[in-house]
Design a protein around this ligand. Structure first.
Ligand code: GLN
Ligand code: MG
Ligand code: MG
Ligand code: MG
Length: 446
């Protein structure tokens, strides 16, 4: 047993922890949890905890259903919303096969593999997510069949006595209680829409943090009799919920994306990374924007990117290079604006990183930054500038992903085919569904 494992066992005893939850994630990014009694934890650290992997979406094939959960002791935390009495704790897990090999279907492993690939090239990858979500009165809809936002506030609005403010404050303290630092919180543009930005961390920790974040936001909302949702686009007429993520690559203590005298302070490595991400973005959009509803955000305005471009201070761009105050040692990072708040963070980050690393490895050239607002250009103007669209629907995204060698390589064959199967099913259900919009539009007029 190593020292971190010993520390966990000691804490469980000292704090009289009653339950230890083992957390992991399925292929679409739903959090899975199994509660262990403290006496079982030592065994789980040893050979792992056995479970039936075939009941988890996309994890394993039926003929190899036995799987093991191996808790990561560095992620041990007491869950603050469960109260001080009979404390409950959690650890994130890696999923293993019965012969102790990483399970090919485990999203955490998919990301680990990309981080290892980055490591072999000498890079550590840090990420900083800006997570948007909506707060509703409840899950129940109003008379028009629309969700009921918890407030009418807009961007950066300060409202006295606002429940969102209390909620965000409580969310931040809970996040901090489980070791997740928050940089920024504010009301977003839509009614009831909020944003919380987490402090940067290595990409695996960030993905774990996002899973914890979603749980905490939902728990806190419920405690206030509200309802939080990470649905990409709950209202046609209001902006969707993005999960912009800033990526940086470090070689030791040096920011590998920074170059003092270059345009926007971007090093050659940074330009190649951006080019890799842009070149492959249409192929991996099914992963960063995985639901039918995700495409209503991408194509519904509200500052969401619908085309492949990069820019310096251009909010219509898929990649934005933020302006920085000069800092000691130099700083540069890349904001990828495509991901929505309902993505599986492990798979989404593995894809962006995998595409960027490919750009570096194969020394991709980067085209010019776009200074125009991409939305206001005509199709012909976009064509002339070489600006391609992102997929328009989940169907389109699936078709582009199917043909992608890069996505198959980054996800691994098993996740690749499970993911595509899951998404094709979703599309097939959607395309035969007659929506209220159609009834409204056609019934009385045809
Ligand atoms: N909500 C917008 C989106 O869906 C982003 C808004 C912003 O933070 N600039 O992309
Ligand atoms: Mg923001
Ligand atoms: Mg925002
Ligand atoms: Mg942003």
């Amino acid at each position: 047993m190593d020292r971190q494992q010993e520390f966990v066992l000691r804490t469980i005893e000292e704090r009289d922890v009653r339950f230890v939850r083992l957390w992991f994630t399925d292929v679409v990014g739903s959090l899975k949890s199994v509660a262990l009694s403290p006496a079982e934890v030592e065994g789980a650290f040893g050979e792992g905890l056995g479970f039936d992997g075939s009941s988890i979406e996309g994890l394993s094939r039926v003929f190899e259903s036995d799987m093991l959960l191996k808790p990561d002791p560095s992620s041990f935390q007491i869950l603050p919303w469960r109260g001080e009495e009979e404390p409950t704790s959690r650890m994130f897990c890696d999923v293993l096969t019965p012969d102790q090999e990483p399970a090919a279907g485990d999203p955490r492993w998919v990301l680990r593999r990309q981080l290892e690939a980055a490591g072999e090239m000498g890079f550590t990858c840090y990420t900083h997510p800006e997570i948007e979500f909506y707060l509703f009165e409840s899950e129940e809809l109003d008379a028009d069949g629309l969700p009921r936002p918890a407030d009418r506030a807009g961007y950066f609005d300060h409202i006295t006595g606002s429940v969102a403010q209390d909620l965000r404050r409580q969310t931040v303290s809970m996040l901090e209680a489980v070791g997740i630092s928050v940089e920024f919180t504010h009301n977003e543009v839509g009614p009831g829409q909020n944003e919380i930005d987490l402090r940067y961390a290595d990409a695996l920790t960030t993905a774990d943090n996002i899973m914890t974040f979603r749980t905490i936001v939902k728990e806190v909302a419920l405690q206030h009799n509200k309802f939080a949702s990470f649905m990409p686009k709950p209202f046609s007429e209001h902006p969707g919920s993005a999960m912009h993520t800033h990526f940086s690559l470090f070689e030791g203590d040096t920011n590998a994306l920074y170059s003092p005298n270059a345009e926007y302070n971007l090093s050659t490595t940074a330009r190649q990374f951006i080019s890799g991400v842009l070149t492959h973005a249409p192929e991996f959009t099914a992963v960063t924007n995985q639901f039918v509803n995700s495409y209503k955000r991408l194509w519904g305005g509200g500052e969401a990117p619908s085309h492949v471009s990069w820019g310096h201070n251009n909010r219509s761009a898929l990649i934005r290079v933020p302006l920085y105050k000069p800092t000691k040692g130099g700083s540069a990072r890349i904001e990828f604006r495509g991901i929505d708040s309902a993505a599986n963070p492990y798979l989404a980050y593995a894809m962006v990183l995998g595409a960027g690393l490919k750009g570096i490895r194969d020394e991709y050239d980067l085209g010019d930054a776009i200074t125009e607002d991409v939305w206001s250009l005509t199709t012909a103007e976009r064509k002339a500038l070489g600006i391609k669209p992102l997929p328009g629907t989940l169907h389109d995204a699936i078709r582009q992903m199917e043909d992608s060698e890069l996505v198959a390589e980054v996800l691994g064959e098993q996740v690749f085919s499970n993911f595509l199967r899951n998404k094709q099913q979703e599309w097939d259900e959607y395309r035969v569904n007659v929506s209220p919009w159609e009834i409204n539009r056609y019934l009385g007029t045809i």
